[in-house]
Design a protein. Sequence first.
Length: 421
Amino acid sequence: MYDVLVVGGGLAGLTAARALDRAGKRVRVLEAGPQLGGRVQSRVEDGFTLDAGYQVLFPAYPAARRWLDLEALDLVPLPPAAVIRRGPQADVVGWPPGDPGALGGTLLTRALSTRDKARVLALALRLRSPAPWTLLRGPDEPTEGYLRRFGFSEGALDQFFRPFFGGIFLQRDLSTSARLFRYYFRMLMDGGAALPAAGMGAVSAQLAQDLKVTLNVQVQHLAPHGSSVTVSTSAGELDARQVIVATDPDTAARLTGEDTARGHLSGTYLHYAAPALVDRERRLLLNAGGGLIQNAHWLSAAVPGRAPEGQHLLTVTVLGLPDLPDDALDRQVRAELATWYGEAAVRSLRTLLTERIHHAQYPQPPEYAATLAGHATRLSGVLLAGEVTAMSSIQGAMESGEKAAAIVLGDPEGMSRPRGA
Ligand SMILES: Cc1cc2nc3c(=O)[nH]c(=O)nc-3n(C[C@H](O)[C@H](O)[C@H](O)COP(=O)(O)OP(=O)(O)OC[C@H]3O[C@@H](n4cnc5c(N)ncnc54)[C@H](O)[C@@H]3O)c2cc1C
C-alpha cells in the first residue's frame, strides 16, 4: 500500500511527489508516456537537442525558486531583448526594462514611437513594486484593453505586444487576462528568461531525481473505498491511501468527474538544422510582418551545445494547428523565412521535425481564475493538482503540485500560499 500515488509525471505531479517524498511519504508516480516531464521534455534527434515545442523558463517564478536548483540547471540567460522582423527589416526591442541593456534596446528602437517608449517605462515602474502575486488580483480585462487604456498605440500592439506576448499566451489577439500579462511582465523584469543548457527537459529530470516512477502505465479508473483508493491501470491495480491526479485537464475530468476541462491552445513547431549560422542573432525573432510564423529562435546561437559541432538549430513557432499537411506548412514557413534571409540560405535548411502540440496551454480569458478547479474532488482520498487549479504555466503546474502535497501533509503554510506566490 502506497501513502500516495501520483497520476501524471508532468511538472505538477513531479513537484507533488518530490514534496511528499521529502516529507517521508511512500509515493510513486504513474506516467502514461515513455518519458517524464509531460509538456516539459527534451529529446535528442540526430545529435540536436529538441524541446517539446518551444518554451523558456522564467527563473523568477517563485515555485521554480523553491523547488529547482537553478544553478545545477546550468541556465543560459537569454538576452533581455527581442528582434522584430518585418521581412528583411530587423529592429531590437528590450524586454521589460529590468536592466540597462534592455532599456537601451527599448529606448533606441525604431519599432516604437517615443510616446510608446515612455509608456513601456511607465508600465515597468507601475509593475515593479507590488508583490508579484498581487498582480494576479484586482480588476481584470483583456490584455489588449489594458494596454490601450495604458495609452499604447496600435503600432506598439502590432509591432511588439502581439508578436511577443502572443508567443507567451499562444494567442496573438491579446484576449488573455490582463492579470496574467502583468504577472508575466513582472517575472520578465525580475529574472528574464533562460534555457537550461541541456534543454527544458532538464527541469523535469531534476524534479524527478530519486523519485519512484513507473512509465508507460495509463491510469484508467479510481475507486475509493474506506480509507484507501484502488487505482486501475493498464498494468493492473494498485492501492494507496491517497491519490493526486496531475494529468492534463481532459484526463483529470475523466478520472475525477470534476469540471476541469478548459479547452486547448495549440502550437506547431518546426525544427530546422542548418549547416551554417544563417543569422548570428541570439535573441528571439518576432514576426511582425504577417504570415504564419509567430517567432523563431536560433537555439544553437543562444545555447551552445544544442546542435552537433559545426551545425545549427532553428526552431520556428506557428500558433495553432494550421490546416495544412506538413510539407505544405514547411514550404510556407520557408517562403516566409526567405523574406528574412533570402532563398539560398533557406534552401540550406534541413527540416528535422514538425511537431503539432494539441494541448500546450488552456485559454485564460479575463476572470478565468474564478473558474479554476479546487484541489478537492468528489472522490474521497483523491486530490487534483495540475495547472487547472492554478494558471497554465510552469509556475501554475509547480505550485499546484506543491499545494496538493501540502494538503496531504496538513502543512498550513503551503496550503495558504496565494496563487502566483
Ligand atoms: C509548446 C509549449 C510552450 C509553453 N510555453 C510556456 C512558457 O513559455 N512558460 C510557461 O510557464 N509555460 C509554458 N507552457 C505551459 C507549461 O509547460 C505547462 O503549463 C505545464 O508544463 C503543465 O504541467 P502539468 O504537470 O500540469 O501537465 P502535463 O505536463 O501535461 O503533465 C501531465 C502528465 O500526465 C500524464 N498523463 C495523462 N493521462 C494519464 C493517465 N491516464 N495515466 C497516467 N499519466 C497520464 C501525461 O502523459 C503527462 O506526462 C508551454 C507548454 C507548451 C507545450
